[in-house]
Ligand binder design. Sequence first.
Ligand code: B12
Length: 367
Amino acid sequence: MSHKRLDIDYPCAMNMQRLADNIRHWALELGFQDVGIADTDLTLASERLQTWLNAGHHADMDWMHQHGDKRTHPAQLEPGTLRVISARMDYLPAGRDPQDVLNDPAKAYISRYALGRDYHKLMRKRLARLAERIREAVADSELARAFVDSAPVMEKPLAEKAGLGWQGKHTLLINRQAGSWFFIGEIYTDLALPTDSSGSAHCGSCTTCMQVCPTDAIVAPYQLDARKCISWFTIENRGAIPESLRAAMGNRIFGCDDCQIFCPWNRYAQITGEDDFQPRHDLDNADLLTLFCWSEDEFLERTAGSAIRRTGYQGWLRNLAVAIGNGPATAAARDVLERRLPGASDLVAEHIRWALEQLSARADSAR
Ligand code: B12
């Protein structure tokens, strides 16, 4: 099937290369830092996904196995898919140094990706415009569908195949020039574009991420057990935070970045210029007690359009109660916990009681 465009007759190889070059150019114009093209063969990633699921490392994220083969066979998700165009968007915002916040037990640590506006919105909008340009370029290309963490897609293995970086031992994609502080999005297309080659891996013998993980969730190189990952139990988890892991959670109240903060490759990370990703409501330097006193309306108003909404108000209070329990044993801390206890849900109440016990124990041992 030949693709007609007004001035260039695709699909001959030369013109497909020109289109691929145009796509790269358009993507950079749209604010992506890198883009690459891969075929749809995910055989190895599929086996590794199954190993991860069989180990129960997906916790209660059943959506990771509920779509049959659609996740590992792009053409089953979008019939006609021949190639996947993966794009990288850096998100490290300006703001208070993450290590400083982590080391300040009275402050709330919110992972960098969630300090600004929800990335799904911005990336989906930009990818949709890129998909539109591709459709305009090739009159009868029927398929250019954009995804950002919004469908059964193996984003990291596809981006690795497309040359955007390698999967580190913490399982995140790392780029040699940019580190790992970036989001990935992709476009499924029916155009037989030339593919990029995947780069080489550069973790070598380094295991810093595994050593610094507060909850030992990276159970082996490239093996993350989500049940032990602070990111899972502060964001996705709707139940109680595992009691054995509460102390290790420290002041991390939404997601976790430790495996990235201490990764040597992130010394090359660039601060993003995207306004959407800049911290809102001083969330890069907020007091735990102040956030815990937010009413539900204030929470909803201040997290409108933010990824933080994903944990919900009950998850927010649950996470904060634990962090306050790990924080300074002050009268003020006891006071905000005790004032919220009477009206709290069973879930939040249990975590408040746990926190009060921690504060008493520490106050007693300090005497
Ligand atoms: C489920 C999920 C989670 C879960 C589980 C994490 C996980 N590793 O699976 C939880 C909630 C814990 C999570 C946390 C985070 N997530 Co998340 N998450 C996803 C999601 C939806 C699916 C990931 C997936 O496919 N997991 C399945 C397992 C099997 O894959 P895997 O762990 O990567 O394992 C692979 C490797 O280990 C590899 N492998 C296995 N053995 C070997 C051996 C060798 C030698 C090699 C090389 C590889 C290898 O094969 C496995 C299969 O590919 C993706 C979006 C998407 N649709 O892809 C975002 C995504 C991965 N998350 C993202 C982010 C930003 C995060 C957080 C940083 C957020 C935060 N600050 O809290 C943390 C980081 C935690 C971590 N170290 O991974 C970004 C990562 C961007 C990047 N630079 O890589 C993504 C791509 C979303 C996006 N669109 O940008 N996440």
